[in-house]
Design a protein around this ligand. Structure first.
Ligand code: F6P
Length: 327
């Protein structure tokens, strides 16, 4: 057994609400076990530059409720090079850091895995991304908050859509995954939901909108995932519908980065707290290359490799529910 005395924590890739709660959990669990904790600023870039800070239990007071990440985040190009990773390793050694907790998405986990392979450095991943596109957990940290933000925004759009008898295309985040679109779409009562995993074609959308009109609906909302595969962006979709169904007056709203901000929901705070504890405990047991996650409300672990490569599957039943609801 290797003695783990000092653990570093960082956030990497796109930020997500609840990352601060996860940092707090890692720091306080280290304090609980009387281990030192170091925060690394700006993810892998800060590791390369030696941008470190000592974190004690009191350093993370009053951050559980804050969006963003106090450690900042980055997508480091330099870490993709061997020289960059070597610099990062030397900095960890210089500061006598024994193990690392990476809070991020699949890009960050890929970096962690390469780093572990090259330097045999112990790492545990905590899934933090609003996209929820990670295998091995039902929820990533930030997904629930982003959903609530998207639903609240779509509710507001519904008010104006209904007042003007308009059709709205609302683009939500998710360049590779439709989790936000599908769940926020169902939650906000969208007529149609377009996601990358299920391209049903534009004809179907036209048919469905025609039916809606006939059935007496005067306004409609179509939620579109950023990465949808219809071949048209959200503005082109609006033009396309107006050309083919002249009865419709269409407008577009792109929710964008507002979905990444804001105070984390209670669900995300609790999830982050649970996953942070488990991540530190695994490292203290000399475990490595694992991601902590949630399944059936239990904290579980998955191999990092599997978490990256496992892909994600969309809930077909939820798609069916959405179809039935939009009758
Ligand atoms: O973190 C995931 C995500 O929010 C995606 O949904 C989105 O496509 C991407 O990040 C945007 O990244 P950036 O903020 O670097 O433009």
């Amino acid at each position: 057994m290797k003695n783990i005395n000092k653990i570093a924590v960082m956030t990497s890739g796109g930020d997500s609400p609840g990352m601060n709660a996860a940092i707090r959990s890692v720091v306080r669990t280290c304090a609980y076990y009387q281990k030192d904790c170091i925060g690394i600023y700006r993810g892998y870039q800060g590791m390369i530059e030696g941008d470190f800070v000592e974190l004690k239990a009191r350093s993370v007071n009053n951050i559980i409720n804050k969006g963003g990440t106090i450690l900042k985040t980055a997508r480091s190009k330099e870490f993709r090079t061997k020289e960059g990773r070597e610099k990062a390793f030397l900095n960890l050694k210089k500061h006598e850091i024994d193990a690392l907790v990476v809070i991020g998405g699949d890009g960050s986990f890929t970096g962690a895995l390469v780093f572990n392979t090259e330097f045999n450095f112990p790492i545990i991943g905590i899934p933090g991304t609003i996209d929820n596109d990670i295998f091995g957990t039902s929820h990533t940290i930030g997904f629930d908050t982003a959903l609530n933000t998207a639903v609240e925004a779509i509710d507001k759009i519904r008010d104006t859509a209904s007042s003007h008898n308009r059709l709205f295309f609302v683009e939500v985040m998710g360049r590779d995954a439709g989790f936000i679109a599908l769940n926020a779409g169902v939650g906000a009562g969208a007529e149609e939901i377009l996601i990358p995993e299920e391209n049903l074609g534009l004809e179907r959308m036209l048919e469905s909108l025609k039916k809606s009109r006939k059935s007496g609906k005067s306004s409609s909302i179509v939620v579109v995932a950023e990465g949808d595969k219809s071949g048209k962006n959200v503005f082109e979709l609006a033009d396309y519908v107006e050309k083919n169904l002249p009865d419709y007056e269409a407008r577009v709203s792109v929710l964008g980065h507002m979905q990444r901000g804001g105070a984390p929901s209670c669900f995300d705070r609790v999830l982050a707290s649970r996953l942070g504890v488990k991540a530190v405990e695994l490292l203290l047991e000399n475990k490595t290359n694992l991601m902590v996650g949630l399944r059936n409300n239990e904290v579980i672990t998955t191999g990092i490799k599997e978490a990256i490569k496992g892909g994600h599957t969309i809930d077909k039943e939820l798609l069916r529910v959405s179809d039935i609801m939009s009758i």
